[in-house]
Design a protein around this ligand. Structure first.
Ligand code: AMP
Length: 406
């Protein structure tokens, strides 16, 4: 990642070798975790992801004031209070966590002022104030009063120019740092986009060409192989005059698909589409299934997963590559009977990762699939940020990251 012609690694300030003795450290974390109807945390991945940064500060003499958003509340909403997650945060950190029911104001500031080294205070959901999402300067200033040092470790929110993710950095000129998670995410992106060992492969699946076009275009300059999967396939096949039956496609993007094919050719990127697909006779888990040549799907059938020949081909490509990015499922994996392609691709990437390749799974549904099928620990890195990862792969410098180095 280049910022003002510098590699980000030359200019980013990490926590390494930094002492926080007696410092009040304000950490923007991403505790936007899912809760069940009893308001219990159902997936604590994001809390675990912030633990190394919090532990580092505490072990180096500081106290932590944690700020985060959760959900998209319109004003105060008890269901989205961070009070609901205090016990889980405390469990993950293995120490008591204090909570205060506001994130700004005199009372909240008093709580952070009274913190002793080694103590942790979690403040209330930032988004209870609309000023957070508006990127309000005064709100950011009020938040900044909690600490003398600021660490941003909320990769999942780094694509937002919100008060606590971006604007707040202005109040910590020489005292702002990349948290360990943010550093890891940036490193993983850089490994794929810049310093990845060749051949580099991008596997882009998901429903629509329209939502992936910017990533594909930006990746074409960096990769050697591109596998297209999922519902996007049928826009390509339609554009190439194949028969797609009832499969989803985007008529208006047929030309875009053709342009991608041409652009890939001109950049010597080998583009791989499926050879065969598993189709259903209606969009449900229990529909009848039939395998078709990808160019010749009968009326009344819709392609819902990659077929066996495709998966063999895709595995042979995966095994050839040393750097692999995976974004988007290969089929309608939410239906168990059409999840085989997504699982198999995950298995193949895991196999190649074991052999030494670097693999990054980034962005929404593929991350969900990797977790669902127990493949998370078999990948080199699984991103914690959906939108933030997608925007990074599109080649953007995220506002939250830029603010830390400005
Ligand atoms: P995205 O958020 O763009 O990565 O898309 C993920 C969604 O694409 C998932 O909900 C999948 O069910 C869906 N998807 C993948 N393959 C297909 C397909 N062949 N037909 C319809 N939807 C698909």
């Amino acid at each position: 990642m280049l910022v003002n012609n510098y590699s980000i690694f030359e200019i980013m300030k990490t926590l390494v070798n930094h002492s926080f003795i007696n410092k009040k450290v304000l950490i923007r974390v991403d505790f936007n975790v899912p809760l069940n109807d009893k308001l219990q945390v159902v997936d604590n991945t994001r809390i675990y992801a912030a633990k190394p940064t919090i532990d580092y500060v505490l072990n180096n003499g500081g106290s932590c004031i944690l700020i985060s958003h959760m959900g998209r509340p319109q004003g105060f909403s008890p269901d989205l209070s961070l009070k609901n997650i205090v016990s889980e945060v405390s469990k993950v950190l293995g120490r008591p966590v204090y909570f205060f029911s506001d994130c700004i104001g005199e009372e909240a500031e008093n709580k952070s002022r009274l913190l002793e080294p080694g103590q942790v205070l979690l403040l209330e959901n930032l988004r209870f104030y609309k000023e957070e999402s508006e990127g309000d300067f005064d709100f950011a200033k009020k938040l900044s009063r909690h600490g003398t040092v600021f660490i941003n470790d909320a990769f999942g929110a780094a694509h937002r120019a919100h008060a606590s993710t971006t604007i707040i950095s202005r109040f910590f000129k020489n005292n702002k740092f990349f948290g360990k998670l943010l550093e890891k995410e940036v490193l993983a992106i850089d490994k794929v986009l810049k310093s990845g060992e060749k051949p580099v492969l991008a596997i882009i699946g998901g429903a629509k060409v329209s939502s992936k076009i910017t990533i594909i275009e930006s990746m074409l300059d960096k990769i050697d192989h591109l596998i297209i999967g999922g519902g996007m396939v049928y826009t390509f096949i339609y554009a190439l005059k194949g028969k797609i039956g009832n499969s989803i496609y985007e008529k208006d993007y047929a030309n875009v698909a053709l342009k991608i094919i041409d652009k890939a050719k001109s950049k010597n990127v080998l583009l791989h589409l499926p050879i065969d697909v598993v189709a259903g006779d209606n969009f449900s888990n229990n529909s009848n299934q039939k395998i078709f040549d990808v160019n010749n799907i009968s009326k009344g059938w819709e392609g819902m997963d990659a077929g066996p020949k495709s998966l063999k081909l895709f595995e042979s490509i995966i095994l050839k590559c040393n750097t692999i990015l995976w974004n988007g499922p290969l089929g309608v994996f939410e239906f168990e009977n059409f999840a085989k392609g997504t699982i198999k691709i995950g298995d193949s990437i895991a196999k190649k990762t074991k052999l030494g390749a670097f693999s990054l799974v980034g962005g929404g549904d593929s991350v969900f699939a990797v977790k669902k099928y127990g493949l998370e620990n078999k990948m080199s890195y699984v991103s914690t940020g959906g939108g933030a990862m997608l925007e990074s792969l599109e080649g953007k410098i995220l506002p939250g990251i830029k603010a830390l180095i400005d």
